[in-house]
Ligand binder design. Sequence first.
Ligand code: SF4
Length: 498
Amino acid sequence: MFFSKSKYCGLWQCPKIAWLKKYKPEEYVIDDGTKSRMDNGNIVGDLAMQLFGDYNEVTTYTNNKIDISKMIKKTKQYMLDGRDNICEASFNYNGLYCAVDILRKQDNGYAIYEVKSSTHEDNYVYIVDVAYQKYVLEHCGVKVTGTYLVNINSDYIFDGTLKLNELFKITNVWKFVVDEQKEVEEKIKMAEKLLEDKNEPNIDISCSCNSPYKCGFWKYCTKHLPKPSVFDLYRLNFSKKIEYYDRGIISFDDLEKTGWFLGDIRNRQIEYALHDKGVYVDKDNIKKFLDTLSYPLYFLDFETQQPIIPLYKGTRPYQQIPFQYSLHYIETKGGELKHKEFLGISGEDPRRSLAEALCNDIPAGACVLAYNKSFECGRIGELAETFPDLQKHLYSIEFSIKDLLDPFKYGYYYKKEIGGSFSIKSVLPAMFPDDPSLNYHNLEGVHNGGEAMSIYPKIKDMSPEEQKIARHNLLKYCELDTYAMVKIWQELERLVNE
Ligand code: SF4
């Protein structure tokens, strides 16, 4: 048997994960959230190696594949040599494998430092992870004298020189690990039994599927569900959905038959999915919303990057840094639709030039529409705090923002194609199913905020030609976001006036 610590930690979430990873690995779906956690983990892991000064890393590849046996040999040699900090220190006890992020020599033994890219040290699966490592190391004859978690310190503010001892916070988790270690042997025995059996374990979906993260086998384990099901309902707590599922109330038919009141919006979602009811329009409330808008009318959307390791002076880990905006605007009723935009220079701090451009492009107090305005308001508020000389103007923009999400969020407009999400990527194709100019799939290179976030920092390392293409793609993507808002607003106007 070969058993890794990720398989072991998977057991803690749900034993079926380990079985599926062995027998049906092709069913595992790596979504954007998982991919970004993996990327973040690699960035933070590489940086944390320097946390205690000089280090020796054992990671070895042979023919582009990780070579565990060489890593184990190197680890043994480095320990014999008395090296202080061994990174990715690798051990195997009877097929139980683990690589310790940092194995640090102490007076009477070694301490395990487990590095996490998260800012929260209180996730119990981290304890489970370290307890497994301690078990493997001790069975390989290593005296473990300390166990620590290394997390990102969310309060750290970058002053221009990266200070690893401030960026990382270290938590002693010895007491919890010792308690948890009592479970390791039992869990491994259970895993062995489970993995020997070729029959899929009879484990149904539960709250574990979403804790601590949405399981990569969710699609596989829910293929028996009707479409739509209780899991497609708008903004219902996951544990509540599982509660309905456990009671056998799964399809929208089941939900409708119960006659329960799930709130206006969810009840409408069920009703419109089951019966051919066309478009729901609450003209009075849409009109009330539209009457709060005035000219000149601006449509604003930001793109941001979120570096884990702060890049710019005065910023924190994971801070959202706006690097781009698109701005459509109409000066007077019936006036021409115009467009302005800003895109920072990759590799430079974009905030000052973006804040100045924003103040030039939007007059103080003008009416601005954003889609899910808390995001744009949050970024403008942060810019205002960073640049006191622009504060008054920026705050006036922030306070004048209205939310185009409101008519959807409050249930003034609905059609079944929207489903259970009111994001612009759900509302737009539902409102304009046949307009290719509004289809994000028809864009080149950048189709969503995640792609924009990932491409922007890479531009600085591209050739001039590639830079031109990447910048063009970013501008076109962001422009479509605000153009989509204009189209949605126009459609709402049309509906109340027809
Ligand atoms: S989706 Fe749920 S039931 Fe299926 S393997 Fe994952 S946690 Fe287990």
